[in-house]
Design a protein around this ligand. Structure first.
Ligand code: ZN
Length: 232
């Protein structure tokens, strides 16, 4: 693709599904057999903190047991080799992009391996459990919650994301259903900013008509092939 210098890549559940990680399904609102409002909302956490902590303790353990796949590693290669601006915005809470070698990365929905202290605001990398109410390493209070953006909360890094999209020559959406806002609106912003838009997905997403090109198939096949094209 000629004339491409600045790239914004949005990734979603489809890229981690091939590493065995499941996220919530928009069609029935269930996440690992839990209702999303029970395990992914501030109200759910207030109602039953033990259920929520146990849920994310299990997600954290799953993430640590999973391995990045060929799509994560290809994006790591692109990040390493690309001279222009690049930002990978992920809706995923796992660290498979990091372990696949990506550094220019923003977790807009938080991270499974991070704990956020409601007493002092500190964030800590967390690989253990929170159900047992461990003390915050900064302030000592037992007020740690999963560092996850729940429904009704503001996604992280929106200013940085919009700034990157405004300068993007190419916007690529990988493995995302196009159903969850605000991420579902990024392609429209990218198009109005003049970027080319490309979708790599298992099936057409809800916003497919916004994309100049859609390639359908598994991320582990489509993403390495696209990265090869970009680095050629
Ligand atoms: Zn604290």
């Amino acid at each position: 693709m000629d004339g491409i210098r600045n790239i914004v890549i949005l990734t979603g559940a489809g890229i981690s599904a091939e590493s065995g990680l499941r996220t919530f399904r928009a069609d029935d609102g269930l996440w690992e057999d839990h209702r999303v409002e029970d395990v992914a909302s501030p109200e759910g956490f207030r109602r039953d903190p033990e259920l929520v902590q146990r849920f994310y303790d299990a997600r954290r353990a799953n993430v640590m047991a999973a391995e990045p796949n060929a799509a994560h590693r290809a994006l790591g290669r692109l990040d390493d080799a690309w001279d222009g601006e690049l930002l990978i915005v992920t809706q995923n809470i796992d660290d498979l992009h990091e372990r696949g070698g990506a550094g220019r990365l923003l977790h807009m929905h938080g991270e499974a391996l991070s704990a956020w202290c409601l007493a002092c605001g500190a964030r800590h990398r967390w690989t253990g459990t929170l159900l047992d109410e461990p003390p915050c390493p900064t302030c000592g209070e037992a007020e740690l919650r999963p560092d996850i953006v729940w429904f009704g909360e503001m996604p992280y890094g929106m200013d940085r994301i919009f700034a990157a999209i405004a300068c993007a020559d190419l916007f690529v959406s990988i493995g995302t259903s196009g159903a969850v806002y605000p991420a579902a609106g990024f392609v429209q912003q990218a198009k109005s900013a003049g970027a080319r838009t490309l979708e790599l997905n298992l099936e057409h997403s809800q916003g497919s008509h916004w994309f100049d090109e859609s390639r359908l198939g598994a991320a582990s096949a489509l993403v390495p092939a696209w990265v090869e094209e970009m680095l050629r």
